[in-house]
Ligand binder design. Structure first.
Ligand code: NAD
Ligand code: IPM
Ligand code: MN
Length: 359
């Protein structure tokens, strides 16, 4: 297959982890006979520096001319005092909105080799296998009015019925292919948007009689993620709740640096991005865990290109390297060998070669 991929490394560790994912994609292309044409473009702080715009037109054009987008991370203290429209994060919000990528899919699954790195007890962490389906193009992040004066700051939380329906349907569809349970997370005891959200979930569930549905308040869900995360299969929630709960859930696997995500729309076009940020504290030190970016590339192959074998090969290779005891500093624990980002990627690529030889 021939595919064009827009590669947007961004800031901080973004370029390091994106380079890693690209190396893995190149290895897959060579071994499975595909051609991946890569178009690099700027986003975030690096785009503000070069073009005074966190999402330049050239970047949108490169993405429009591609079959999928691979993104690293944006942000850094250099741009923290910029006005809203010149913040790196605005580039990320704008690209999600521009391409209508309303469904952010964040799978959280225990990794046997990393159970010792989870902050939860091994017997609790080991059975975790859930997917967070986060609404990504509405809610507090985008609602108007949004403004700041000397005396007040205003953000607006708005959800329309249509916006809720499409993300809830996505969650039901995903649940059908899994254990058949949806937990809808809201704050319906206080928020009007959440009352509407709950109503819509109740309406839509009639179309999915095979799926079990429960409603949970977000504060209680935050607790349950720690006390009994095994109880979750598919969790669907609004934009900001999903942002917060997914960082919380990510560490159950051992590290935020392990968690990939797909930001997609109904026709399968998607942007693939690690859940973590630009990690300024370790940027430029060849220390970042590239797994989330590599596993995001695997999600791209599976969801946007239908390359299931290739995606599984990448996932197995990452797991094997971890099983062999290699990891980056975020996962260090007794008995592990901490290696650099580059060394970790080399190991993953060696593992891919080995998998093919033994097939
Ligand atoms: P962060 O996710 O960048 O980092 C949180 C902690 O996790 C840090 O200690 C960091 O070193 C560690 N970490 C994150 N990813 C890692 C990896 N791959 N390997 C090893 N360790 C890793 O969150 P933050 O520090 O709150 O935010 C830093 C910047 O990133 C901010 O500007 C924020 O807006 C931005 N951000 C961007 C995205 C994105 O681009 N998708 C996501 C979250 C935060
Ligand atoms: C994420 C990030 C972004 C978000 C920020 C950087 C805008 O935290 O992708 O989870 O809140 O969506
Ligand atoms: Mn986040």
């Amino acid at each position: 297959m021939k595919k064009t991929i827009a590669v947007l490394p961004g800031d901080g560790i973004g370029p390091e982890v994106t380079d890693a994912a690209v190396k893995v994609l190149q290895s897959i292309a060579m071994r499975y006979g595909h051609t991946f044409h890569l178009k690099h473009a700027l986003i975030g702080g690096s785009a503000v520096d070069a073009h005074n715009n966190p999402l330049p037109d050239e970047t949108i054009a490169a993405c429009e001319a591609s079959d999928a987008i691979l993104l690293g991370a944006v942000g850094g203290s250099k741009w923290d005092q910029n006005p809203g429209h010149l913040r790196p994060e605005k580039g990320l919000l704008n690209i999600r909105k521009h391409f209508d990528l309303f469904a952010n899919i964040r799978p959280v699954k225990a990794i046997p080799a990393l159970l010792g790195s989870s902050p939860l007890k091994e017997e609790v962490a080991k059975e975790v296998d859930m997917v967070i389906v986060r609404e990504l193009t509405s809610g507090l992040y985008f609602g108007e009015p949004k403004r700041r004066t000397e005396k007040a700051g205003v953000d607006t939380l708005v959800y329309t019925r249509d916006e809720i329906e499409r993300i809830v349907d996505q969650a039901f569809e995903i649940a059908r292919g899994r254990r058949g349970k949806v937990t809808s997370v809201d704050k319906a005891n206080v928020l009007e948007t959440s009352k509407l959200w709950r109503e819509v979930v109740e309406e839509r569930k009639a179309f999915y009689p095979d799926v079990e549905v429960e409603h949970m308040l977000v504060d209680s869900a935050a607790m349950k993620l720690i006390t009994d995360p095994r109880a979750f299969d598919v969790m669907v929630t609004e934009n900001m709740f999903g942002d917060i709960l997914s960082d919380e859930a990510s560490v159950i696997t051992g590290s935020l640096g392990m968690l990939p995500s797909a930001s997609v729309r109904s026709d399968g076009f998607g942007l693939y991005e690690p859940v973590h940020g630009s990690a300024p504290d370790i940027a430029g030190q060849n220390k970042a865990n590239p797994s989330a970016a590599i596993l995001s590339a695997a999600m791209m192959l599976r969801y946007s290109f239908g390359m299931h074998t290739e995606a599984a090969a990448i996932e197995e290779a990452v797991m094997s390297v971890l099983e062999d005891g290699y990891c980056t500093g975020d996962l260090s624990s007794a008995g592990k060998q901490v290696v650099s980002t580059e060394r970790f990627v080399t190991k993953v690529i060696e593992e891919l070669e080995r998998e093919l030889v033994s097939e």
